[in-house]
Design a protein around this ligand. Structure first.
Ligand SMILES: [Zn+2]
Ligand SMILES: [Zn+2]
Length: 578
């Protein structure tokens, strides 16, 4: 582990030179997730975050979505490293994937690095990484990058806003943040230091979290949620209590643990990431649970209900996580039963709503009480709402502004907030994934686009193409119909060796299906016979004829757009003209 805190002098770097600075947005602008941007200074590239996105329901079978690394791959020799702003998956989850393609310096707080390391080790690419730990208000030099880190409050501890002191002045990236005035660890967003930066150096370009730009007011303080969880524990003194939350939300875990301990309960953790993160945060002194209050999940059987609290993963409804297994009655360590109280101390992130309601249903069916953010105040957002954004804009007073981290509507709302706070509309650029901006002596303007497709990951299979997803959706909604045609070629003649066979799945069943398959076989038979009579007997020609004949039949008879799979056996290969 290296620590290159070699420069802590705060010299003004606002000098204007001819060396422009480019910012490339690779992900997170137009969706929640896969946050990744690149800053180019003197031909070198520093990334800000490298995260993943969880798939939507319509991304059939996809496990993860990554940023498009095409441009980084082409410029790998220029990539210095990544500033990991905080330890959430949408910011560090794709690091291990990028590391398998290129070595990287990874710069972040000790907790962020610790959380990232867990994932990187799982993929066995640790050797490619050089970890650089930085602390609050450190200023370091990495290659041509002069970086300064400001503490911000968020739903994982020890996150940063990052200032890039560049030849074109300061670029300030807010990271994910809120202005929690009473955070659990007392570590406030350092508005004073950001104010100094804005006054002394001036912020030339501001990149700021837009997630909650649509929500008016201030976000709730994390400690207010602790009080509400404590009250729930008091009111359910004789029940067994299970709380699910994000495993990285160390402060939430702390507050649940505090409530449990006050009520004389022992705490068991459940789920791999919860076990790992609790161990990591305790070891770093960021989570305070005495040994005597912890009990192994395998030993909870003898503990009376009113003396037990289980803290579990799976608050996002992830089907393989501990909570979903409990809801399905399949968890190895814990069966939910009548009288239990399950608290989902979270809010579903976009795309996970269905999974979460399925889990809630399952838990209710098993007779437990289920408390969630819709019924009680058991969750506070980690992202600044409109009023907090106004506060930060009033302090930063940027020359140029690009809203980041949000869906398109969040970014446009954020642009309105910035305008209202004094940034001229012509100095606000709304960008999307794949776009870039150039900061030079004249100001900020758009640069060339780079590829920014969704890169789908399914299990251990590498990248999936969009066309695979289209096929999966078709199969999922309309099934497939296949015709198997077998021919024999003898010199200039060819004949079918048997009648075509129609096979279908997920199409039409019963007698009606049998009749349709019979009719289809006749049509295909006639069409193929015709083709053979006319001397068309390459595989490509015959497949095209079968696909067209069968496709038309399926569409006319059933109004379905089923996948048509022609299989022609025994034919010669022809030219692959489509
Ligand atoms: Zn975050
Ligand atoms: Zn985020």
């Amino acid at each position: 582990m290296t620590n290159t805190t070699d420069s802590s002098k705060k010299t003004s770097k606002k000098k204007k030179s001819n060396s422009p600075v480019r910012v490339v947005f690779l992900g997170g602008l137009g969706e929640i997730g896969r946050n990744c941007a690149a800053i180019e200074v003197e031909e070198r590239i520093m990334l800000i975050d490298c995260g993943l996105m969880f798939p939507d329901d319509d991304m059939a079978g996809v496990d993860l979505v990554l940023p498009d690394f095409t441009w980084l791959r082409e410029n790998a020799h220029r990539v210095e490293g990544v500033v990991a702003t905080h330890g959430h998956e949408d910011h560090i989850g794709a690091l291990s994937h990028l590391l398998s393609e290129m070595p990287l310096k990874i710069i972040g707080s000790p907790l962020t690095i610790g959380l990232a390391k867990n994932r990187i080790q799982e993929r066995g690419v640790t050797k490619q990484a050089e970890f650089i730990e930085v602390n609050d208000n450190d200023r370091i030099q990495v290659g041509p990058f002069d970086l300064e880190f400001f503490p911000v409050t968020h739903s994982v501890p020890n996150g940063f806003a990052t200032a890039f002191h560049t030849p074109q002045g300061v670029i300030l990236h807010s990271g994910d943040f809120k202005l929690d005035m009473t955070p659990v660890d007392g570590r406030l967003t350092d508005l004073a230091a950001i104010g100094h930066l804005a006054k002394d150096d001036g912020v030339r370009l501001f990149l700021c979290d837009s997630t909650n730009a649509d929500s008016e007011g201030f976000s709730d303080s994390e400690t207010s949620i602790g009080q509400s969880i404590h009250d729930l524990f008091m009111q359910r003194a004789d029940k067994r209590i299970i709380v699910a939350s994000f495993a990285s939300h160390i402060h939430r875990v702390q507050q649940v643990a505090d409530a449990a301990i006050k009520c004389g309960r022992k705490i068991a953790t459940l789920g791999r990431s919860m076990n790992n993160n609790v161990a990591l945060a305790r070891q770093m002194g960021l989570l305070h649970i005495p040994d005597a209050s912890l009990i192994d999940i395998e030993k909870i059987d003898g503990v009376p209900d009113n003396e037990l609290c289980i803290i579990s993963t799976g608050s996002q409804g992830e089907p393989m996580a501990a909570l979903a297994r409990m809801a399905a009655g399949e968890n190895r360590f814990l069966s939910i039963r009548e009288g239990d109280c399950v608290i989902l101390s979270s809010h579903p992130i976009p795309g996970n709503e269905t999974g979460v309601s399925r889990v809630i249903d399952g838990l209710l069916r098993r007779g437990s009480e289920v408390i969630h953010s819709g019924t009680h105040r058991v969750h506070a957002t980690g992202h600044a709402k409109a009023e907090e954004l106004r506060v930060l804009h009033s302090i930063v007073q940027p020359e140029w502004f690009v809203p980041v981290h949000g869906e398109y509507s969040h970014m446009t709302s954020h642009a309105r907030i910035a305008t209202r706070m004094g940034t001229k509309p012509e100095r606000i650029l709304i960008c999307q994934d794949g776009q870039s901006v150039i900061l030079d002596d004249e100001g900020l303007h758009r640069g060339d686009d780079v590829p920014a497709e969704y890169i789908y990951v399914d299990g251990t299979v590498g990248d999936l193409d969009e066309s695979v997803l289209v096929e999966r959706r078709t199969l999922g909604t309309d099934g497939f119909v296949s015709a198997v045609v077998s021919i024999q070629v003898n010199g200039p003649n060819a004949s079918m060796t048997r009648s075509p066979e129609i096979i279908s799945r997920g199409w039409v069943d019963g007698d009606e299906g049998d009749q349709l398959r019979k009719d289809a076989a006749h049509l295909v038979n006639d069409a193929v016979q015709d083709a053979l009579n006319n001397g068309k007997f390459t595989r490509q020609e015959l497949e095209r004829i079968v696909r067209r004949t069968l496709g038309r039949f399926v569409s006319n008879k059933t109004r379905l757009r089923s996948m048509i799979v022609p299989v022609v056996l025994g034919a010669h290969e022809g030219k692959d003209d489509k």
